[in-house]
Write a protein that binds this ligand. Structure first.
Ligand SMILES: [Zn+2]
Length: 305
């Protein structure tokens, strides 16, 4: 009997994060769970716990589950990621009993808001926590031609494609899931401030993402943060943990991905902030815009922004 017998889930991706869609509301769980389908969960760290409020993905296959990213907080009391994943795995195994079920913990990239709770998985049975530098990621997936080439991570009846997309971070990967059609893009593409550390590498990675998305069934481009509001071009200030009522939706289209690619190529020769509807490209250090953001956060905490 096969677990994945449909062409794909019917995706209702109107993801209302937060309590009643208000993000960072008092009383909100430290980790919000969004069931995409019986084999797919989005987990989001509450804005109450970290202003980064990163989004993690838990994908179940026939013999292995993948947890992609471990959030911004190490402390299992403040941020019980391991307990949450264990509960979801137990629930899945209850409906789909089998022995020796494995968990792979991978990362879109090694920044602190994506790897912080790795330690919570130390000693977990049947679990591999992949290292975070280029060599570890390349060797685990078998990406010998890094940053070129693709690899397959087969979860059992669910073979993910993994490929390097350096630029935001040198060890950044993208993951395509044929079951949901999700193209998981981490901090390379999401509705927010796209910080670019290495612009030539970033622009090439965007070319690779667009080429991939045009040649494969991608339903949604799914990143790891939301920093834009629903007002065109308007982001939430860096560092702010104030409640948010009007976050932009997380899923992006392949067409929007192409716009990010075009914007990256246009921005390439010019360091600084390049604002667009739905995202902004921060090319290089951007010290003054970052200071202006801090001022917004400060004013916001005084109730004036
Ligand atoms: Zn991040």
């Amino acid at each position: 009997m096969t677990l994945f017998d449909r062409v794909g889930p019917s995706l209702d991706l109107d993801l209302a994060f937060g309590v009643g869609g208000v993000v960072g509301e008092r009383g909100e769980a430290a980790i919000q769970r969004h069931r995409v389908d019986e084999h797919t969960w989005l987990l989001r760290q509450s804005l109450r716990v970290s202003y980064e409020a990163p989004i993690m993905y838990l994908l179940f296959g026939a013999h292995t589950a993948l947890l992609l990213d471990t959030g911004a907080t190490k402390d299992p009391v403040l941020f019980p990621l391991r307990a949450t994943v264990d509960e979801l795995v137990a629930g899945w195994l209850n409906s789909h009993p089998r022995d020796g079920y494995r968990l792979v913990v991978a990362h879109t990239h090694a920044h602190g808001d994506h790897v912080a709770a790795d330690g919570q998985f130390a000693g977990r049975p049947d679990t591999t926590v992949i290292g975070t530098d280029v060599a570890a990621v390349r060797d685990f997936f078998g990406l010998a031609q890094w940053p070129a080439g693709e690899a397959v991570l087969d979860l059992g009846e669910r073979a993910l494609t993994v490929f390097p997309v350096p630029g935001h971070h040198r060890a950044h990967i993208a993951v395509h899931d044929p079951w949901t059609g999700f193209l998981l893009t981490g901090d390379t593409v999401y509705p927010g401030r796209l910080y670019v550390e290495d612009m030539p590498a970033y622009a090439e990675s965007l070319d690779r993402l667009v080429t991939y998305a045009e040649g494969h069934p991608v339903s949604h481009v799914m990143g790891a943060h939301i920093e834009m509001s629903r007002r065109a071009g308007r982001d939430f200030p860096i560092g702010s943990r104030r409640r948010r009522r009007d976050e932009a939706p997380l899923p992006m289209t392949v067409e929007a991905l192409s716009r990010v690619r075009d914007a990256a190529h246009t921005a390439a020769p010019q360091p600084g902030v390049h604002r667009h509807d739905g995202f902004a490209i921060w090319n290089g250090p951007c010290r003054w815009p970052a200071l202006a953001q801090s001022a917004r956060t400060l004013l916001g905490s005084l109730g004036r922004a």
